[in-house]
Write a protein that binds this ligand. Structure first.
Ligand code: SAM
Length: 271
């Protein structure tokens, strides 16, 4: 499948915005509405997590599927399947214990819950609204007997979770909405909750140019920034090349607990 990534654009640059507006004039009013709303929410909520929680509340009120990034149910199902089948191919066994950071309305979570043994799925999120939507997904899928944990969190210190417990920690499309200090908080603590041999998979919006963000909603990082930061917290991080072949807009890194620094190498730019 062809890559949908634009790895060089700086979406925060004025020239990029002007070019984009000229190419997609129909999207301008929607973007301006969103920018106005986000400015107001950022004014009311000074720390990032509170701000983003307010964004999620507003988006989830309209449509929980769209709030996690899938405007159609068909797309929601497809993206959940993509996440699930990737981890299945990487050996996710029913006996595994999984922590899903930023679980959203269980787009992929319901498939993990169905696959895993009862009580082995632990989803956390900063948004109460999306967790209510997650409970709805759970009910619709008749997964009550699987007794998943769904927990609201304010930060990523993971302090309420036990040592060495999770075989898989997963964060899909969460760091793409996170400033570096939030990501660093996660890196500083995730190693403690990883079981021996466990791994932490996360996706991110990748750039090979200038790191930037759009409306403090979407953040673009260089691979080396994240692998380097992970290494500073004792994690070995590597770029997942096989994920690139699946045509998803984000890239994926896998981190394991360890002291040796091995940074992943990103593939060359598409021609
Ligand atoms: C784009 S959605 C993806 C949801 C889910 N991972 C999926 O792929 O369907 C991002 C989710 O991460 C949550 N989130 C954002 N920042 C977070 C943070 N710092 N800690 C936990 N959850 C966060 C949001 O509330 C939202 O539900």
């Amino acid at each position: 499948m062809a890559s949908r990534k634009n790895l060089v654009a700086d979406r925060a640059a004025l020239a990029h915005k002007a070019r984009y507006a000229l190419a997609h004039p129909q999207r301008v009013p929607g973007h301006l509405r969103r920018a106005g709303r986000d400015r107001w929410l950022a004014f009311k909520h000074r720390d990032h997590v509170s701000y983003y929680r307010a964004v999620m509340a507003s988006d989830t009120r309209r449509d929980p599927d769209a709030a996690v990034g899938s405007p159609t149910r068909e797309g929601w199902l497809k993206l959940g399947e993509l996440q699930f089948s990737y981890l299945r191919q990487h050996g996710l066994a029913p006996s595994a214990r999984m922590l899903d950071i930023g679980c959203g309305n269980l787009r992929a979570g319901w498939r993990f819950i169905e696959h895993l043994e009862a009580g082995h799925y632990y989803g956390i999120d900063i948004s109460p609204d999306v967790l209510i939507a997650a409970k709805r997904t759970l009910t619709e899928r008749n997964l009550q007997a699987k007794l998943p944990h769904l927990t609201l969190t304010q930060d990523l210190t993971l302090d309420f979770l036990p040592d060495a417990h999770f075989d898989v920690v997963h964060a899909h499309s969460v760091f793409s909405h996170s400033p570096l200090d939030v990501i660093e908080e996660c890196f500083a603590h995730v190693g403690r909750v990883l079981a021996p041999g466990g791994f932490f998979d996360f996706t991110f919006d990748r750039t090979v140019g200038t790191e930037h963000h759009v409306l403090r909603e979407d953040f673009y990082y260089r691979t080396e920034t994240l692998t380097g930061l992970a290494a500073r917290h004792g994690l070995r991080a590597r770029f997942m090349d096989d994920w690139e072949l699946l045509g998803h807009g984000q890239s994926k890194i896998r981190a394991t607990a360890g002291t040796t620094r091995t940074t992943g190498t990103a593939p060359p730019l598409p021609a």
